[in-house]
Design a binder for this molecule. Structure first.
Ligand code: BES
Ligand code: MN
Ligand code: MN
Length: 455
C-alpha cells in the first residue's frame, strides 16, 4: 500500500502544477482592483479542499472571504487540529525589479519564484497536500481537522477575529498548526517561540489651504513636510531607543535562558548584512541583532509623502504631508496603549501652523508560545523525521494578528513551524520558496498527522 509520503513523491509533478495555478491568481488583498482575484483564490482553495475530501465553504465578510474546510471523520472522541493559513498576498510592486513576472511562477536554481510562493500560498498549499496524501492513501486522518484560510492577513485580518468569535463552537479545537514563517537556516527546521504585535498608524499633516509658491510664501508659512520631518525625528533618541514617553513601560524582559538560547544559535551577522544590502546594521544599543528583531519593540516609518516628487523640479510649499508609521510590539504592550502614547507624543510635538490627525489603521497583539505539550512534541518529531535533525527554537520579528485570538478566544495552543528561508524576499520583488523546503515541508506535515495520532 502507498504511504502518504510515497503518495507525495509520486504526485510531485501534479502537486507543483496545482501550486503554480494558485500562484497565478493575483490575490492582492490591499488593492480593491484585485478584490475579484482574492475571491477567485478563495474559491480555488475551497474547491481543492472539497476535492481532497473536506466539507468546504466560502464565507463572505465585509472585506475578503474566509475559507473553511472540515473533516470530522475521526469522531468526537478524537482531538481536533485547526490549520490556519492565508491565501492573500502583498502587492507585487515595484514590478520592474522582478526577474520573472510575479504571477507567472517559475523554478530557477531550486527556488520557486512568485508573489505568495512562501508567504503564504506555498505553505498553506503544503498543508492541503499533506491532508490529501492521508485521505487519498488511507481514506482517513487520525484526528479531526479544520482548515481556516483567510484573505486579509496582509491587511491586518480585520474580519477574522469576529468570525472566530461568532463561530467559536464550530472552531473549537485542541491545537492550531500554522506554517507562515521561516526556518532559521537551510537544513535547520525551526519552531517559533514568539511573534511581535503591531500598531499601524497614519499621520496626516495639514498646513496652508493649498500648495503655495515657495518663493512667494516660503520662509513665512510653516511647511507641513518640515513639521512632519521634525516630529518623526523625535520618535527615537541617539541610542536607537524609541523616545515616545511610556513606550517601554510594559515591555517584559526576556528571561536569561531565552536570551542564552538566542545567543547560542549559529547566527551569521555578515550574511544577514549582505542579505539586507545595507552598509552597516543599526538599532537599539545594548542588544544583538536577533534580540533587536525578536525581543524588542520598534517604531518604523513605512511610507512618507509630501510635495513634488516627479521629474525635475517644482518650487512649491506643499499643503500636506503624510507618514505611515508602524510599531512592532512585544509582550505585554498592546496596540491600544501604543496608539494612545503615539497620539499624545505627536500632539505634544506639533508646531503651531499645522493641524495633525493620527489614524490607527490596524493593530495586532504580540504573542509568546508555550513550548510544551502534545502538539509541540508532534511538531518536533515530524520536523525531525522530514529534515533529519531536531528543530531549533527561534523568535520572529513579524506579526500574524490572528495567533493571539486562537490562544485567547479558542483557548488552544498554537504551533508555528514554517518552511521559508532567510533571503526569501517576502513582501519584496523576486519572492521565492526553496523547492526542497516545499517538498520536505509537505513531508513534515504529512508526518505530523502520524505523530499527533501516535502520542
Ligand atoms: N507571514 C508573515 C508574518 C511573518 C513575517 C512570519 C516574517 C515570519 C517571518 C505575515 O504574512 C505578515 O507579513 N504579517 C504582517 C502582518 C501585518 C500586516 C499586521 C507583518 O508582519 O507585517
Ligand atoms: Mn504570511
Ligand atoms: Mn506577509
Amino acid at each position: 500500500m502507498t504511504s502518504p509520503s510515497e503518495f507525495l513523491t509520486q504526485q510531485n509533478e501534479r502537486v507543483h502544477n496545482e501550486l503554480f495555478d494558485l500562484l497565478r491568481i493575483p490575490s492582492v488583498s490591499a488593492r480593491s482592483e484585485h478584490a475579484a482575484d482574492v475571491a477567485r483564490a478563495a474559491e480555488w482553495v475551497r474547491a481543492d479542499l472539497a476535492r481532497i475530501g473536506l466539507t468546504a465553504s466560502v464565507h463572505q465578510t465585509e472585506g475578503h472571504p474566509i475559507v473553511l474546510g472540515e473533516w470530522r471523520g475521526a469522531g468526537p472522541d478524537k482531538q481536533t487540529i485547526l490549520i490556519y493559513g492565508h491565501y492573500d498576498v502583498q502587492p507585487a510592486e515595484p514590478l520592474a525589479l522582478w526577474e520573472s513576472p510575479p504571477f507567472e511562477p517559475t523554478i530557477r536554481n531550486g527556488k520557486i519564484f512568485a508573489r505568495g510562493a512562501v508567504d503564504d500560498k506555498g505553505q498553506l498549499f503544503a498543508h492541503m497536500k499533506a491532508l490529501e496524501a492521508h485521505l487519498a492513501t488511507r481514506g482517513a486522518l487520525p484526528c479531526n481537522v479544520i482548515v481556516l484560510a483567510e484573505g486579509e492577513e496582509e491587511v491586518g485580518s480585520t474580519h477574522l477575529a469576529p468570525f472566530i468569535e461568532a463561530n467559536a463552537a464550530q472552531l473549537r479545537c485542541d491545537g492550531v498548526l500554522i506554517s507562515d514563517s521561516a526556518m532559521f537556516a537551510p537544513g535547520i527546521p525551526s519552531v517559533l517561540s514568539s511573534l511581535r504585535g503591531m500598531a499601524y498608524l497614519q499621520i496626516d499633516v495639514d498646513g496652508p489651504g493649498g500648495d503655495l509658491h515657495s518663493g512667494s510664501y516660503g520662509g513665512a508659512v510653516v511647511n507641513p513636510a518640515m513639521a512632519l520631518a521634525r516630529i518623526l525625528a523625535t520618535l527615537h533618541d541617539d541610542t536607537g531607543r524609541v523616545a515616545i514617553p511610556g513606550f517601554y513601560d510594559r515591555v517584559s524582559e526576556w528571561d536569561p535562558e531565552v536570551r542564552g538560547q538566542i545567543r547560542a544559535l549559529p547566527f551569521d551577522e555578515r550574511r544577514f548584512l549582505e542579505e539586507t544590502g545595507a552598509s552597516v546594521l543599526g538599532g537599539e544599543a545594548g542588544y544583538s541583532t536577533l534580540e533587536r528583531i525578536w525581543t524588542r519593540p520598534t517604531c518604523e516609518v513605512n511610507g512618507l509623502l509630501s510635495g513634488y516628487t516627479g521629474e525635475g523640479t517644482k518650487t512649491v510649499l506643499p499643503a500636506q504631508a503624510m507618514a505611515k508609521v508602524s510599531c512592532r510590539l512585544v509582550p505585554d504592550q498592546t496596540p491600544e496603549e501604543i496608539e494612545r502614547l503615539v497620539r499624545a507624543h505627536v500632539d505634544r510635538m506639533t508646531p503651531a501652523g499645522v493641524r495633525i490627525s493620527v489614524r490607527m489603521l490596524h493593530g495586532a497583539m504580540p504573542w509568546r508560545a508555550s513550548l510544551s505539550g502534545t502538539l509541540y512534541d508532534a511538531g518536533r518529531r515530524a520536523l525531525a523525521r522530514a529534515f533529519g535533525r531536531e528543530p531549533v527554537i527561534v523568535g520572529e520579528g513579524g506579526s500574524i494578528p490572528v495567533v493571539h485570538d486562537f490562544t485567547h478566544v479558542l483557548g488552544a495552543p498554537v504551533l508555528l513551524m514554517g518552511f521559508g528561508l532567510p533571503g526569501e524576499n517576502a513582501h519584496a520583488p523576486n519572492e521565492w520558496i526553496s523547492d526542497e523546503n516545499f517538498v520536505k515541508g509537505m513531508q513534515a506535515l504529512a508526518a505530523f498527522w502520524d505523530e499527533v495520532a501516535a502520542r
